[in-house]
Design a protein around this ligand. Structure first.
Ligand code: BGC
Length: 349
């Protein structure tokens, strides 16, 4: 069958290949891939900056944002042929550490977790895969192709969970939220914020265009310019870009008692002239909190299912701005200004 594979840490090595059918040992559920979303992590892997091949192999099958259809499932697995499913990206470490043992592999303590399409486990840019039933999450088939948005939604569902946990350390009545970056993660973070009835502001560097319309359709406000000019003292900032200046500005601008969640991974090596003493003073004297947040566990997949089911289908569908077959993968990473989510589509939903 066809797959997009890459030699991790080797720039430009991604290619369409013939690979073996999934081995029965990979799990007793056989899934036919419908679509796979392409994200910044895939771009990093393709450019040779990130990623691990499975043990003993040179190449990794790319892709972690999946949507598939069950082709074979054992009795009693809770899955039936035809069900639409998304595979959980991260698998617990084999030790397991106490977080993985508790099902919180997103907070793995020893770093020995694996991730489909990223770290030591093949991903989903292939026609079929096998997995144990407990790695799958059912999604409503009525979502159609929009089910492929589940995985990025889990990232923001986890971020909101973290923000709630931290906010609730004291009396917590958040009203205003700023999201930096109007990519898929930023837009989905804004969706979940609106579903909570919050006043939502989204900051991006692009003037106008599709992203600003998507923000406005949510009943949120789109801004360009600086963090400080977008909204005064928000209770929560969800930073989705990883741009060093925005990270620092978020810490400075979040309101008293507020929470900054960092979700983006940017380039390293920037040396901003930051007055750390004044930043520290402000954060201490205003009880500000900053949390880094990565990946998602099953509870976040469930929250994300609820969020997608409650969302406006047309709005979700508008996030998928390009659908490409596997053999046009090289185009998937060429990002236009109005592109939000590009998906590799392998079969009809
Ligand atoms: C994925 C996460 C993963 C992270 C780090 C993100 O793109 O959505 O599931 O944990 O990359 O590898």
């Amino acid at each position: 069958m066809k797959a997009i594979t890459v030699v991790p840490l080797k720039a430009g090595s991604a290619s369409l290949e013939e690979v073996a059918e999934p081995a029965p040992g990979e799990g007793d559920v056989l899934v036919e891939t419908i679509a796979v979303g392409v994200c910044g992590t895939d771009a990093e892997i393709v450019s040779g900056d990130y990623g691990w091949a499975p043990p003993g192999r040179e190449r990794l099958v790319l892709g972690h944002e999946s949507l598939g259809r069950v082709v074979e499932a054992p009795q009693g697995s809770g899955l039936a042929v035809g069900d639409h499913v998304v595979c959980i990206v991260r698998r617990p470490d084999p030790v397991p550490c106490y977080a993985c043992a508790a099902g919180q592999w997103d907070n793995c303590r020893n770093g020995q977790y694996t991730e489909h399409g990223i770290k030591s486990l093949d991903g989903f840019m292939r026609e079929r895969y096998r997995t144990p039933a407990d790695a799958l999450v059912k999604v409503d088939a009525a979502l159609g192709l929009c089910g492929v948005l589940l995985e990025p939604t889990t990232i923001v569902a986890k971020a909101w969970d973290d923000v709630d946990e931290i906010g609730n350390r004291a009396v917590w009545r958040p009203e205003k939220v700023l999201v930096t970056g109007a990519g898929p993660v930023g837009l989905l973070a804004a969706l979940l914020a609106r579903q909570r009835g919050l006043e939502v502001h989204v900051l991006d560097h692009l003037e106008g265009g599709a992203k600003s319309r998507l923000v406005e359709r949510l009943g949120a406000t789109y801004h360009t310019g600086s963090v400080a000019d977008a909204v005064a003292a928000p209770d929560v900032i969800l930073e989705g870009t990883g741009v060093p200046q925005l990270v620092v500005d978020a810490m400075r601008s979040v309101g008293s008692g507020g929470v900054v969640a960092l979700l983006g991974v940017g380039s390293v090596g920037s040396q901003l002239g930051v007055d750390v003493g004044s930043l520290n003073r402000d954060m201490v004297l205003s009880n500000k909190a900053v949390v880094g947040s990565v990946n998602a566990n099953r509870s976040h997949y469930q929250s994300a299912v609820t969020a997608l089911n409650a969302a406006d289908r047309d709005w979700l569908a508008a996030l998928i701005t390009r659908k490409l077959p596997l053999d046009r993968f090289s185009e998937a990473l060429q990002h236009g200004p109005d592109d939000v989510k590009t998906v590799m589509q392998l079969s009809e939903p």
